[in-house]
Write a protein that binds this ligand. Structure first.
Ligand code: NAP
Length: 303
């Protein structure tokens, strides 16, 4: 097992497989896969993520239909936009970039996406399929974590997994995917008492709390595989701290404290982030193969 779980490298390998799948299906499908990414308002981080996603589409031959909508768009107007994308024949996947401005009802909007075009696996029907262990589009970040673990030959069955965070976007689907892979899973959250005593018991620790440097060397055991989902830009006054000289991004884990202690870890950047984008592409290509009646050649890449 490699010590550093290199998401950037694995994402490139998977992108190549997806690109080949597109090339070999184009003649029959007569159109490339299409992904609509909806960005609402001017949240700068969302702008960066949407940009990454558009570039990734370009790299592998997915046609991107990005829409940048005004901050004060009404729920009705946005619902209509989603419904028209549901009808659009050239679009196989729809992603609503989160977070949304506070006046918009996230649950209602996610539910208005056609479950068959749900590129982020967050439609209630697809979350239900995940609970039941049925096939369906899976939430991209936890799907990326599963791929990172499996492709690095990290055995999950029978292991004690702890997921820190219980959001619908990451923590909950992550716990369900680990459980489906036969781990014994505990979910921790902001009201969990004595978090370190739990995390120290983990063979696989996935941290998705959105709290910079929450987990350090006293919170992990030596055999642990640590997956850091968090991503934060450090405030300028911390950028010059001795141990952080080379990086402006950090995760929820003090990698500089745990890297010599644990069995393996995912870095930030270059760990879960690139895998999230790649799983979005994989969901879109999988939908495209289904919509165009092609053989489903890449579904094994999805959990
Ligand atoms: P979120 O919706 O804010 O959820 C955070 C979760 O962490 C909540 O369940 C919260 O508990 C829990 N939590 C907060 N503080 C905690 C603490 N001190 N101890 C234990 N649990 C704590 O965040 P999210 O959307 O899941 O994202 C989590 C992180 O992952 C963020 O940094 C985000 O930027 C990052 N992210 C990265 C990617 C990627 O591609 N790399 C993708 C998505 C998200 P309560 O439920 O009790 O409030």
């Amino acid at each position: 097992m490699p010590k550093i779980l290199d998401g950037k490298k694995l994402a490139q390998e998977i992108e190549l497989i997806l690109q080949q799948a597109i090339e070999s299906g184009l003649e029959v499908a007569k159109r490339p896969p299409g992904l609509a990414v909806l960005r609402v308002g001017n949240d700068p981080a969302s702008g960066v993520y949407v940009n990454f996603k558009e570039k990734a589409c370009d790299r592998i031959g997915v046609r991107s239909f990005a829409k940048h909508l005004k901050e004060d768009i009404s729920l009705e107007e946005l619902t209509e936009t989603i419904k028209s994308l549901n009808q659009e024949k050239n679009i196989d996947g729809i992603l609503l970039q989160l977070p949304l401005p506070s006046h918009l009802d996230e649950d209602a909007l996610l539910s208005s996406i056609d479950p068959d075009k749900d590129a982020d696996g967050l439609h209630p029907l697809n979350l239900g399929r995940l609970i039941k262990g049925e096939k369906g589009p899976r939430s991209c970040t936890p799907a990326g974590v599963m791929s990172l673990l499996e492709r690095n030959q990290i055995k999950i069955e029978g292991k004690r997994a702890v997921v820190v965070g219980r959001s619908i976007l990451v923590g909950k689907p992550m716990a369900l995917m680990l459980e489906a892979a036969n781990a014994t899973v505990t979910i921790a959250h902001s009201r969990t008492k004595d978090l370190p005593s739990l995390t120290r018991e983990a063979d696989v620790l996935v941290v998705a709390a959105g709290k910079p440097y929450l987990i350090g060397k006293n919170d992990v055991s030596e055999n642990c595989v640590v997956i850091d989902v968090g991503i934060h830009r450090l405030p300028p006054d911390q950028e010059n701290m001795k141990e952080l000289k080379k990086t402006k991004l950090c995760g929820d884990v003090k990698i500089f404290e745990i890297e010599d202690k644990v069995a393996a870890y995912s870095p930030v950047p270059g760990g879960v982030g690139p895998m999230t984008v790649t799983m979005l592409l994989a969901n879109t290509v999988d939908r495209w193969q289904k919509h165009c009646g092609l053989p489903l050649t890449i579904s094994h890449l999805l959990p």
